[in-house]
Design a protein around this ligand. Structure first.
Ligand code: NAD
Length: 246
């Protein structure tokens, strides 16, 4: 099946997994809008996409701010047409053992990683419903199913994202909109670079494929789930973790 030239919105596309997803969707011929949290980040994405020969651009977005989401979608709609592909990739960690976890560490992870998915998905649904086509993919984590010490907030947000996807998948299936999650294992990005060497080595020992994943390997899974060919897959979580959790 051929890929149509559709508008794809990728949150948190300035680096790491989001940047690789923006490149992959662009390579598939999508018009890609990648977001960053600052104007300079948005300019960087704009230049990056241009260099890759990808149509679209970089925009500033804070996924915790409804007004920021609303004004971005209005502008994208006017400039390119409403997005019919959404990748909820933006995310943060604020790790701490629960005994020490402050309320703002819990709240900020819930807001950025989970409530954002409610906000941005809802804002994109009208355009997808009109188009009678939609692909929503949210980037979860292996931690949603395995748990991880120090990440009660992050694991809860990512597990919530997967439950959200299944519920929404049922709501919008009649409009040919699919809603899925991709759950990466440990991927070599800024997020994992912060790990101490000992923890890094311990991690590798738990991964049958004996290495961290590459952002491009997550992007490939997202590229598949957002393709026209994946129209019969919905409410699914695709695990990409080197066999860490089977
Ligand atoms: P990263 O820190 O390199 O990138 C995160 C992106 O989210 C950045 O572009 C950042 O600007 C954006 N972001 C943060 N707060 C935002 C906000 N309020 N509004 C809009 N954008 C915001 O991380 P990454 O490793 O590339 O992770 C991308 C996604 O993949 C995240 O959701 C993360 O939880 C998930 N993930 C990563 C790994 C990993 O090993 N790196 C594993 C599993 C899941």
């Amino acid at each position: 099946m051929t890929q149509e030239c559709r508008v794809a919105l990728v949150t948190g596309a300035s680096r790491g997994i989001g940047r690789a997803i923006a490149h992959e969707l662009g390579r598939q011929g999508r018009i890609v809008i990648g977001t960053a949290t600052s104007e300079s980040g948005a300019e960087k994405i704009e230049a990056d996409l241009k260099e890759q020969g990808i149509q679209g651009g970089g925009r500033c977005l804070n996924v915790t701010d409804q007004a920021s989401i609303d004004s971005l979608l209005k502008e994208i709609g006017e400039s390119f047409g409403a997005p019919t592909i959404l990748v909820n990739n933006a995310g943060i960690t604020r790790d701490n053992l629960l005994m020490r976890m402050k309320e703002d560490e819990w709240d900020s992870v819930m807001d950025t990683n989970l409530k954002s998915v409610y906000r941005v998905s809802k804002a994109c649904l009208r355009g997808m419903t009109k188009a009678r086509f939609g692909r929503i993919v949210s980037i979860s984590s292996v931690v949603a199913t395995m748990g991880n010490s120090g990440q009660t907030n992050y694991a809860a947000a990512k597990a919530g994202m997967e439950g959200f996807s299944r519920a929404l998948a049922r709501e919008v299936a009649s409009r040919a909109i699919t809603v899925n999650a991709v759950a990466p294992g440990f991927i070599a990005t800024d997020m994992t670079q912060a790990l101490p060497q000992a923890q890094h080595d311990m991690l590798i020992n738990q991964i049958p494929l004996s290495r961290l994943g590459a952002p491009e390997e997550i992007a490939a899974a997202v590229g598949f789930l957002t393709s026209e060919s994946a129209g019969y897959i919905t409410g699914e979580t695709l695990h990409v973790n080197g066999g860490m959790n089977m």
